[in-house]
Design a protein around this ligand. Structure first.
Ligand SMILES: C[S@@+](CC[C@H](N)C(=O)[O-])C[C@H]1O[C@@H](n2cnc3c(N)ncnc32)[C@H](O)[C@@H]1O
Length: 256
C-alpha cells in the first residue's frame, strides 16, 4: 500500500527538525511541495535545504504543485475555506494517484506542527473519504511557532494554573475570545492587537522565528503597539512577506 508521511519541520530553523522527522524523511520516495503565496520562495528553499541536509540517499523526487486560491466571491468565511479544501483534496488525490507507485512513500512537509492552523490533515482525510486512492498515514509532530515564540522570549506561556487560548487575528479583532490568562495570536495580517490597546495588557511579539531576520518586541501593549505596526510594515516591504505571532497576557500571566 502507498504511505503518506505528514512531517512537521519546525518554523524556519533547519535545526528544529527532530530525529523522528529525519528518520521519516529518509524513507520518502516523493515529496509533494505545495506552492503557497507570497512567502513561497523562502519556504520552498527551506524545505529543499532540509531534504538536502538530512536525507542520505539522494534518490527522492520533489513534485511541486500550485495551491488553488480561495474564491473571494464566496462571502461566508467557513464556506469559502471548505470550497478551497475540496479543491485541494482533488489536487492531493491526483498527486498520490499519479506520482506515487504502490508501496512507495510520499510526504507533505508541514510548517511547524501539523495540528496547529494547518489543513493538510483535514485535506488528507477528505482524500480518504473520496475513496479514489488508498494509503496509510503517518504523522510526525514538529516544533510549532507557539513553542518557538515562547523560547525566543524566554517565557512560559501559561500563568500559574491558568489557561492559554490560541486564536487568530480575525477572532481577536472581532472580540470572539475574552482575554483571560494568556492569548496566543497567529495569522494576524492586520495588527489586530491594536484593538486591545487600553486594556492593560503585555505583548511578546516575534516575526520570522528561527530565521535570519528574526525580530522580537516585548512590553506593555499600550507602549509598543505602534512600534510593532511600524516595524512589521518595514519588514514586510523589505523582505516581501512576513510571518509573525504574539502572545497577549494580563496580570503578568506569562510569568511561570
Ligand atoms: C498557517 S499557520 C501555520 C502554523 C504552524 N502549523 C505552526 O505549528 O506554527 C501560519 C501562522 O503561524 C505563525 N508562524 C508560523 N511560522 C512562523 C515564524 N517563523 N515566525 C513567526 N510566526 C510564525 C504566524 O502567526 C503565521 O501567520
Amino acid at each position: 500500500m502507498k504511505t503518506i508521511h505528514v512531517i512537521g519541520i519546525g518554523v524556519g530553523n533547519p535545526e528544529h527538525v527532530t530525529v523522528q522527522a529525519i528518520n521519516a524523511l529518509n524513507k520518502v520516495d516523493v515529496f509533494f511541495f505545495m506552492d503557497k503565496g507570497e512567502a513561497k520562495e523562502d519556504l520552498v528553499r527551506l524545505r529543499r535545504e532540509i531534504c538536502e541536509r538530512y536525507i542520505e540517499k539522494k534518490t527522492y523526487r520533489i513534485v511541486e504543485a500550485a495551491d488553488p486560491v480561495r474564491d473571494p466571491a464566496i462571502e461566508d468565511y467557513r464556506e469559502r475555506v471548505e470550497a478551497w479544501h475540496q479543491q485541494r483534496a482533488v489536487i492531493y488525490e491526483q498527486l498520490i494517484l499519479s506520482e506515487l507507485q504502490q508501496d512507495q512513500v510520499g510526504a507533505f512537509l508541514v510548517w511547524g506542527d501539523p495540528s496547529l492552523y494547518d489543513s493538510t490533515l483535514r485535506i488528507l482525510d477528505q482524500v480518504k473519504a473520496r475513496a479514489q486512492v488508498d494509503f496509510a498515514m503517518n504523522i510526525v509532530p514538529g516544533i510549532s511557532s507557539m513553542q518557538a515564540l515562547a523560547a525566543a522570549h524566554k517565557i512560559s506561556l501559561n500563568g500559574l494554573g491558568e489557561s492559554v487560548t490560541i486564536t487568530t487575528g480575525r477572532r481577536l479583532a472581532a472580540r470572539l475570545n475574552p482575554i483571560e490568562g494568556t492569548t496566543l495570536v497567529m495569522l494576524d495580517g492586520q495588527c489586530a492587537f491594536k484593538s486591545r490597546v487600553g486594556e492593560d495588557l503585555e505583548i511578546h511579539w516575534t516575526a520570522y522565528l528561527g530565521m535570519q531576520h528574526e525580530i522580537s518586541i516585548a512590553g506593555r501593549l499600550d507602549e509598543v503597539a505602534e512600534l510593532i505596526e511600524q516595524v512589521r510594515d518595514e519588514c514586510r516591504s523589505k523582505h516581501g512577506w512576513i510571518m509573525d505571532i504574539y502572545v497577549l497576557s494580563n496580570d503578568h500571566a506569562s510569568q511561570p
